[in-house]
Design a protein around this ligand. Structure first.
Ligand SMILES: *Cc1c(COP(=O)(O)O)cnc(C)c1O
Length: 402
């Protein structure tokens, strides 16, 4: 097992903060009581869960009663979408975007086979939405608008409150997948137009297997998981206590570090990006560089394959990503970059570097050191360097032989 890599794949998952592990461990060993039990042994665990819920609510500017724990971000997205539809059975239309995470997109695709109509809003070549297109898509039949806060692949941030104002006018429920935003962008549900919001523990230095759904007080919610009375009847099943305690601490630390960590990450990210662009010919940044997460850069290197870049980076112990973790393995280019209408020459050679508060200057220097020669080596092997038409033809031939 290897664990000393240069980890620049934090949008896929993050390292659990050692302080988080420390507070979580006693709930895996000594304090194993059930928080719903009547005895003191369980009751003290219940108390710790309440504290953790307050810590998590604080990062959202929410009330503790508005938090429902889930097993992951995917569950939060699924539960929100299903609940919004169950609460308004007469409405049969959903609005989302072409660049959502599969946890939203694939639910919407399934709903299309069950009598729902879905509008998939397009994005421009910067990955941004057209708010007029959004407004035109909303009707009295629209039950739900589900739009991500920030894109996991490009880091592009959507104008969520501007979108929310339009959604509110239409009377639809507004769900936001904020898995990539929590801990990176300050949030305050008290002054927000968002009705439901999804987050995930393992994207913010908490453990895997825990997430949460924020449900605004007063928003009708029909549970997805039925059983006991946990989570005020909104999500049955004995609480994942160690992970809930961990998520509380992780949220507390994210909030504590938010300002200084994001400023630092932005500086490192910008240096990485600007140096690579200066040193390497024929590369471009994908996505909106002004409205963007501070930790993410997605760079397209023309005429080469992202997977080949990743393999060579991996030899240097550098972890990055091409497309999303969920779709890599298939050679299909990313649905996000395709929706942006990127030319084929960059579509296949795009790499995402995503930083975190543990990323060091020395690590960024290392990437800056090796990337130019990696790209040069691969381009030397590519028969179509500097030749858009030839490269494209080569890609088509390769596809035809698959
Ligand atoms: C990772 C991610 C998810 C899924 O979260 P899991 O906890 O892995 O299920 C959903 N949406 C976005 C934007 C993500 O980045």
């Amino acid at each position: 097992m290897q664990n000393n890599c240069i980890y620049l794949d934090n949008n896929a998952t993050t390292k659990v903060d050692p302080e988080v592990i420390e507070v979580m461990l006693p709930y895996l060993t000594d304090y194993y009581g059930n928080p719903s039990s009547m005895h003191t042994f369980g009751g003290q665990v219940g108390k710790a869960v309440r504290t953790a819920r307050e810590q998590l609510a604080a990062i959202l500017g929410a009330d503790e009663s508005e938090i429902v724990y889930t097993s992951c971000g995917t569950e939060g997205d699924n539960a929100a979408i299903r609940a919004a539809l169950l609460a308004q059975p007469e409405k049969r239309h959903i609005v989302t975007t072409q660049v959502e995470h599969p946890a939203v997109l694939n639910v919407c695709k399934q709903l299309e086979t069950q009598g729902y109509t879905v509008t998939y809003l397009s994005v421009n070549n910067q990955g941004q939405l057209d708010l007029d297109e959004l407004e035109a898509s909303l009707t009295g039949n629209t039950a739900l608008v589900t739009i991500m806060y920030a894109n996991n692949e490009t880091g592009t941030v959507f104008p969520i409150e501007q979108i929310g104002l339009r959604v509110k006018e239409s009377g639809a429920i507004f769900h936001v997948d904020a898995v990539q935003a929590v801990g990176k962008i300050p949030l305050n549900m008290k002054t927000s137009t968002v009705d439901m919001l999804t987050l995930s523990g393992h994207k913010l230095h908490g453990p895997k297997g825990i997430g949460a759904l924020y449900i605004r007080r007063g928003v009708r919610f029909r549970p997805f998981m039925i059983g006991g009375h946990q989570e005020r009847g909104r999500r049955a099943g004995t609480e994942n206590v160690p992970a809930i305690i961990a998520l509380g601490k992780a949220a507390e630390l994210e909030l504590l570090h938010l300002e200084e960590a994001t400023a630092r990450e932005r500086k490192l990210r910008d240096r990485l990006e600007q140096t690579l662009l200066a040193k390497i010919p024929d590369c471009v940044v994908n996505g909106d560089v002004t409205q963007r997460l501070p930790n993410t850069t997605n760079i397209g290197f023309k005429y080469i394959e992202g997977e080949a870049i990743l393999l060579l980076l991996n030899k240097y112990g550098i972890c990055a990503s091409s497309g999303s973790a969920c779709t890599s393995g298939s050679l299909e280019p990313s649905h996000v970059l395709r929706a942006m209408g990127l030319p084929y020459t960059t579509l296949h050679g795009s790499i995402r570097f995503s930083l975190c508060r543990y990323t060091t200057e020395a690590e960024i220097d290392q990437v800056i050191e090796v990337m130019p020669s990696i790209v040069e080596r691969l381009r030397a092997l590519s028969p179509f360097k500097n030749d858009d038409a030839g490269w494209l033809q080569g890609q088509e031939q390769a596809l035809a032989h698959r």
